[in-house]
Design a protein around this ligand. Structure first.
Ligand code: GAP
Length: 536
């Protein structure tokens, strides 16, 4: 599948629109249309239901070390600025950017690639934003142009190995930027904090600065004690939250994959330090299985354990659940979710102040005068176990998923083109979205075969009976074949058709989107039939 086809379908059928499109759009921001909003809601609801409300706290699920409880929160987007100082985001949540003095474009330093090439006695590094085959072709074109060579003179270019990251290049004066004609137009890399800054209150001084949260996790940590005291949960337990997060990404790209405003679905799971390694394994596998169960099976989905050098400042173990998005070069995967073992970093930071790692130890970061760089809340965020009489700081396992990335992956996986016979038996191309029925924006469509003979009245009766239970769609316009195609493109798993036979024996046909199989049921049984198939 070409990504362009999916992007066009998303716009045509109302899944996703560029934000503020009539004003030319705003990079990194997206609006969900009528079908998109249902799809994303279903992703969020499947997550909340599977992780929180349907979780049975009396039994240990397969693979879990013991039974556990789950509860939820919905925190404010703007939090006390000290939260971000102690969490490390204020100092450490940045990317490196480079600017091009010629094209005025800005790039993330680690997202530029390139190749060294020599011709006419000059050796230069040709940079590109594209990886893989596309990157190779682009660097070749750019080098030919730079050295004033024609395509048939490509042999005069002496390439020095494959594409490598720009971060390996020390001398930027030899670099030809991705959109530049001259050498050496890229600036030295500079740090760029990804948090959006805002002002709280009317005075607008520096002391009123606050930040839009770059993750939902911190709201959970700072409410740990509130949840303990108000709900009487016992360790082990998890707190879940779904909500918007904001990151001023230097180069938002790849549709909704890297946006500046997005939604996260995060769990902070609190456990005893002795069992945290087992819980880490449990959550890695549990979360991976969730995507498989909702249709992301096969070799496009993988679970990848991080190398030590890749770990975040707080993490003592992380695995990513990754998907081979179609916009990535062949063989490359993009992160859907990170499952991190965060140890006691977060609760301790909010008690003591900003921590840094020294060898295997987390210690308080000090300023030049030997005082804590950022002070914590001073509140006691430890846990007391009544049974064992033990007091300790819990360890945390964090499965952190992106609702928009998951929605995008489900869209990519669902996009299918096949050939089916039309009304006259002639094979015709069909585009369909093979969503798992739980995720499908519309669960069933109801059609009268023709707009006469009492068929619309019966179809509307069925529509009204189904409507209170799930999202259904009524359509009586145009040829029935065309109506089926429209529902296939929207990913509707079932179409119910009222035809001549309905009027004599009270049965209707139900058509399955994927197999095209049709079978008859009594019209009174439509609700039970669809409900049973949606559940599985
Ligand atoms: N609390 C940990 C945390 O926020 P993260 O890996 O930075 O970890 C978690 O983010 C998830 O949030 C990612 O796996 C991804 O699904 C989603 N996410 C992060 N940045 C995003 C962006 N710019 N656009 C869309 N989704 C993003």
């Amino acid at each position: 599948m070409e990504m362009d086809q999916l992007v066009a379908l998303c716009k045509r059928r109302g899944f996703l629109f560029q934000s503020s499109e009539i004003y030319g759009g705003l990079q990194g921001f997206w609006d969900y249309g009528p079908l998109g909003v249902e799809l994303k809601r279903n992703v969020r609801e499947a997550w909340w239901r599977d992780m929180v409300t349907a979780h049975n706290e009396l039994e240990a699920p397969p693979g879990a070390p013991e039974a556990y409880e789950m509860t939820g929160l919905d925190c404010a987007i703007i939090m006390h600025p000290q939260v971000w100082k102690c969490s490390g985001h204020y100092d450490l949540f940045h990317d490196y950017m480079v600017d091009c003095r010629e094209s005025k474009r800005r790039y993330r330093h680690d997202q530029l690639y390139g190749r060294w090439v020599e011709a006419k006695g000059q050796r230069i590094f040709v940079a590109t934003e594209a990886g893989g085959e596309e990157g190779l072709a682009e660097t070749q074109q750019k080098a030919l142009k730079f050295f004033n060579l024609r395509s048939k003179e490509a042999d005069e270019l002496a390439w020095d190995g494959p594409l490598v990251s720009l971060t390996t290049v020390k001398d930027l004066s030899r670099v030809l930027g991705p959109n530049a004609k001259q050498l050496g137009t890229l600036t030295e890399p500079r740090e760029f904090n990804l948090m959006f800054k805002t002002i709280v209150g009317a005075l607008g001084g520096d002391e009123d600065a606050a930040y839009l949260r770059p993750e939902t996790a911190q709201g959970i940590f700072v409410n740990f004690k509130n949840v303990l005291d108000s709900s009487r949960v016992k360790i082990p337990f998890g707190i879940a939250q779904i909500g918007k997060s904001f990151r001023n990404e230097i180069t938002p790209r790849n549709f909704t994959f890297r946006s500046r405003e997005f939604e996260q679905m995060e769990i902070e799971f609190f456990c005893h330090p002795k069992t945290s390694a087992a819980w880490y394994q449990y959550w890695r596998d549990r979360r991976y299985r969730w995507y498989v169960d909702l249709g992301l099976a096969g070799d496009r989905l993988r679970l990848r354990e991080h190398e030590a050098a890749e770990l975040s400042h707080y993490s003592c173990g992380t695995a990513d659940i990754e998907y081979a998005f179609p916009f990535l070069p062949a063989g490359e995967f993009g992160e859907l979710e990170g499952v991190a073992h965060r140890g006691d970093f977060d609760l301790r930071s909010h008690m003591e102040g900003k921590l840094i790692r020294q060898g295997d130890e987390l210690v308080l970061e000090l300023d030049a005068e030997g005082k804590p760089r950022y002070r914590g809340s001073g509140k006691d965020l430890t846990y007391f176990d009544d049974l064992t009489q033990e007091r300790y700081t819990p360890h945390v396992i964090e499965p952190s998923a992106g609702a928009d990335r998951a929605t995008l992956a489900f869209l990519c996986e669902a996009y299918t083109e096949d050939e089916v016979p039309d009304e006259h038996g002639k094979p015709t191309k069909r585009v369909l979205l093979r969503f798992h029925p739980r995720l499908a924006p519309i669960k069933a469509a109801v059609f009268p075969l023709v707009k006469k003979d009492g068929m619309p009245e019966v179809a509307q009766e069925i529509y009204q009976a189904l409507k209170p239970h799930f999202n259904v769609f009524y359509d009586e316009k145009g040829a029935v074949g065309r109506r089926y195609r429209r529902q296939d493109e929207a990913g509707t798993p079932f179409c119910i058709t009222v035809d001549g036979q309905t009027l004599s024996d009270g049965t209707v046909t139900i058509r399955d989107r994927d197999t095209l199989r049709q079978w008859r049921v009594r019209k009174e049984d439509c609700l039970a039939e669809i409900r049973q198939r949606l559940n599985g």
